[in-house]
Write a protein that binds this ligand. Structure first.
Ligand SMILES: *Cc1c(COP(=O)(O)O)cnc(C)c1O
Length: 396
């Protein structure tokens, strides 16, 4: 058996070095635990970056995928397929929105959302100089379009010129959004809970204020639910707790629980007057395998009462994390919603804590420059939370 070290060396020889990976080779997973190639077990509070909501090795999920593989994996969008109808219905039911377009990633969902917004505005006034307002410290993906609305100059710099017509405002600062609105503004895009930027939930007054600005001028509100959606915050989508409906929503990550799939979802007004045949497409998007995953994910969320579970266990997770903040001076704050939590670290490199946690058999992530990010599978138990707190403390 080759060792982990050999796999790492082989990988680095052939795979472009765009990630400084932790020196771990994961081989399999079971429930909320991962196992590396040497057989060491890790409690996983990262879930493959907020993806594997159901935990690893869910037999019903695995069987659904295996069954679909034996039937049909791909057909293209020139034809209908059965899982597409099922996945679409379930996504529309969970969101209460009108129409979905399936993509292969979160980034592509953002691209589609941006195009739908521009097309909507174009249909209205025939102009081609529309602007989009995005937030500082946001993250929406790495393609040129998604990068253009990602408020992180460090990610953007080398790739300029980016898509034009993008302006940035400060998250949770309504006046700064107002200041960027012009007669050309066609959309405002933001994460309902900022993820990569450091786990910042939207202030209710901010989100409501943005929605009012949008309604007043027929500006579309695009909410990026790629990380905070699919039950993570204690409702299918985080905006459902704010009483603020987006015109366009993006989702991905936990949508397929490991199968690469995303979607952008439009409300009726936007669906009726934006993208039409010829405007947008994808070879793989909405393929039977990915949609079988999405469809089964929604079934299992209902059967296992995943969203209710998140809601009922959140106070315990928050209590445990608050106790750590209380106990350690270098932890200055907890921020988050549901199973999307961040601990703000001051005066110590977060990367080192994350690395030491890994040594101690605990997977956690970082966010921003100073936040320990916890985005566990949504099936964790109280015992898992206790074990996480113990292992995290041991890593301080
Ligand atoms: C991960 C993420 C994306 C990008 O999704 P990919 O699947 O990596 O392309 C976009 N927006 C948010 C909020 C994300 O967390």
């Amino acid at each position: 058996m080759p060792t982990s070290k050999e796999y790492m060396e082989r990988t680095e020889k052939v795979v472009l070095h765009t990630y400084n990976r932790f020196p771990v080779v994961f081989e399999k997973g079971e429930g909320v635990y991962l196992q590396d190639a040497e057989g060491k077990r890790y409690l996983d509070f990262g879930a493959g970056i907020a993806v594997f909501a159901l935990g690893y090795g869910n037999q019903a999920y695995n069987d659904a995928l295996k069954g679909q593989i034996d039937k049909l994996i791909h057909t293209s969008n020139l034809y209908y397929n059965i899982p597409l109808a099922e996945a679409g219905e379930k996504l529309i039911k969970a969101s209460g929105m009108s129409k979905a377009f399936f993509t292969n990633s979160g980034t592509e969902a953002i691209e589609g959302a941006l195009k739908a917004a521009r097309k909507y505005a174009y249909n209205r006034d025939g102009r081609t100089d529309h602007e989009i307002i995005a937030m500082n410290h946001s993250f929406h993906g790495r393609s040129i379009g998604a990068l253009s609305v990602t408020g992180n100059p460090h990610y953007q710099e080398a790739f300029r010129p980016l898509m034009g017509g993008v302006k940035f405002a400060d998250y949770n600062d309504l006046d700064s959004v107002k200041a960027q609105i012009t007669e050309h503004t066609c959309a405002i895009i933001l994460e309902t809970v900022q993820g990569e930027g450091g786990i910042y939930p939207a202030d209710p007054a901010f989100l409501k204020g943005v929605k009012q600005l949008c309604e007043a001028q027929d500006i579309l509100l695009i909410l990026d639910e790629i990380q905070c959606g699919m039950g993570r915050t204690g409702s299918y989508f985080a905006w459902q707790q704010y009483g603020v409906e987006p015109d366009i929503m993006t989702c991905a990550k936990a949508l397929g629980c490991g199968v690469p799939v995303g979607a952008f979802v439009l409300n009726e007004k936007t669906a009726e007057a934006s993208l039409v045949p010829g405007d947008h497409g994808t070879t793989y998007g909405g393929n039977p395998l990915a949609c079988a995953a999405v469809s089964k994910v929604f079934d299992l969320y209902e059967q296992e009462k995943i969203v209710e579970h998140v809601r009922s266990l959140t106070p315990y997770l928050e209590e445990k994390l608050d106790a750590l903040v209380e106990k350690y001076d270098f932890l200055t704050k907890r921020r988050g919603m549901g199973f999307m939590q961040g601990l703000v670290v001051s005066g110590r490199p977060v990367g080192e804590i994350v690395k030491r946690a890994l040594d101690n058999g605990l997977v956690v992530l970082s966010a921003g420059s100073d936040v320990i990010r916890l985005v566990p599978p949504l099936v964790i138990t109280r015992e898992n939370i206790d074990e996480m707190a113990e292992k995290l403390e041991a890593s301080f």
